[in-house]
Design a protein around this ligand. Sequence first.
Ligand SMILES: [Zn+2]
Length: 253
Amino acid sequence: MATDLEEVEALSVPVFQVQSAPPALAGWVTRLLTPVVAACRLRRAYPIELRPTGCWAGWALAPEYAPDRRVSVSNLMLYRSPRALVTIYLHELAHQIVGADHDHDAQFFATNLMLLLRASDSVDVDVLPAGGALAEMGLYDIQAPPVELQREPDAGVGRAVSWAISVAHEFAPKAMTAEDAAAEICARYAAWILQLEAAPAKAAAAAAARAQAAAAAISTAQRLRRVHAWMAVAAVTVLAEAFMLLKFAFGGA
Ligand SMILES: [Zn+2]
């Protein structure tokens, strides 16, 4: 009869780990991504881990799971195209350099697009079409526009993308590293959110000032109308008195 321990062992779940990529494959991926990392002006080369999955295209591993800041990419990307592999690698890198506490928000979109712009602008990266960086982005990348814009007809997606495109184009040509640019983009985003938060109070104050000015204009107009009425009475009185004087002067003739 089997002991409890033997039964547990018989049912234990086998565990496999991802193995190192074969040298030929690793060499091909390295040759593809090294010029991309250089063109993006990344401070370091983030490792890529190819995983045998079709559940997702890529995954930015949190530092507690992967201190070397590696990104996971589905090995299905290898069968699609070099361009797909570069695009998903840059998407996951954007997650890594934007840092904690972000979503697919405008700061992420701007950072991802900035990386694509830098890569597209490089003569050494021939897998991305020059100037077509925005075509590699999609609505998937802006699923979390600012909550302050949620009442807009498109839930703020349009304004968030416009903001992100403008910021990405501003930082793409700068000489700074991609990590430093990402930090500045995040600071810029925080300032924009503060502005959006303050906007309703500012708009209410402006509306109150406009209402006050309109009330003041109405009261001035009323005062002017009263002055005009008194002037009209005075003019009639003067005319009447002049008429009486003329009547006395010539009336007796
Ligand atoms: Zn993502």
